[in-house]
Design a protein around this ligand. Sequence first.
Ligand code: FRU
Length: 493
Amino acid sequence: MISELLKKAREQEKETERYIGEDERPVYHLSPRAGWMNDPNGFSIYKGTIHQFYQYYPYKTEWGPMHWGHAVSKDYVKWDYLPAAIAPDESYDNFGCFSGGAVETKDGKQLLVYTGVKSEHKEGKEIIRQTQCLAFGDGADYEKFRQNPVIDHKSIPEGWSPVDFRDPKIWFDEEDDCYYIVAGNRTEDGSGAILLFESKDGKEWKFVTVLDRSRNEYGKMWECPDFFELDGKHFIFTSPQFMQARTLEFHNGNGNIVIVGSYDRKNHSFVRESVSAIDYGLDFYAMQTLKSEDGRRIMTAWMQSWESSKAVPEGQKWFGQMILPRELSCKDGRLYQRPVREIENYRKEHVSYRDVDLFNETTLPGVSGKVCDMELELVPNGQSFREFKISFHSNADFHTDFIYRPEDGIAIFDRTYSGFPNDINNKREFPVRYNGGRLKLRILLDRFSAEIFVNDGGSTCSSTVYAPEDAGKISFSAKGSAVMNLDFWKLDK
Ligand code: FRU
């Protein structure tokens, strides 16, 4: 049975999408079918199809009572919208169906697990409670579980927050024949923790342990956790609120971190080895991963930040987009990211340059456009090389720059002149490990974004950009001399 609220949302999105032209959307980044999108939810495979749900308010380009939007894909690049999956239509989720995960159950159903946020008014005061809830479905329509909520604050350590307790990520572990959930909580010291739960049938859940916690070192509430094994290490992903800037690694506000460690499966004990940022861009949050059928660990994320989410360009009929999903790997205990290889099927009009001497601003025939993929290698020409710069999304009035300074071991992303309507943070410096002065870049541009992968994806930087359609100039320059090799493709769906 579909509730009135869900029916209304489904009608709304069908109606609104007619007025959003394909040419007004990103070409290959998922954007909401209508209205507003934040975190990816339920990023998973169900019966061979890739599903990506998302935090969704179809009525406006602003955050509102959260629904789950729904899209499916066969290759992580081309997405088809399905009708909104769930709406905040129960007493236990009347304030919103917040973030969560999805899994294919042993008996072939698609199980969504999400945070139900309940708002109640008692003695003139609003009381908010966050609990973990289930919905079962067939890949398109879902029925909320009668015994919801299945996890509430009674199952967690005393004194921990019933208000900040959210974002369950679910997976099935074949070896243990068991479902697991990790969820974030804000503990008695006011900062975040990742809680592990287990269930044999996906319905009855038991608290297992605390995998790791912030202890006020890495921000406050830890939102949107994920936990998985990769190349012999274990990884916790989380998006902390209220981070404090430290070196060039962490910036203020909403951040994104990866905790690398080892995991004793039997005792469920995680030992932290390192903590670093996942992406240094201005718009990157709420990462979620899946394991593809061919064994790749693939990540999606909201390519947006809460800080810049009020900067909706005038006339834009949608808000929020996801990164192009990325393949993850681990080398020397560090995370590496590369765009899903499927994007290469959309490359067109290849041009290739070898040994281009760079000093003054250089443009190259065939190298232009707002929707493209490039691989670039830069080799210093003697000791004088001090700086490399690439400008894109550029015309007479607009440009976005990526600058590399080998001596300082830093890169700078600067979108000051990229068309933002508000005076928000538009510049970020980030560390790039020294590579003999050599620089390797992979850059993916879309109409409203830039994703930059430095030195085989050892550092990445993702940001939204709003320069106009004709800002398709791409230019290169260096201070001191360097030689560049470049492969360039337009991207088209
Ligand atoms: C993260 C977040 C989640 C929450 C959702 C609400 O961006 O705040 O913690 O579930 O967004 O839309």
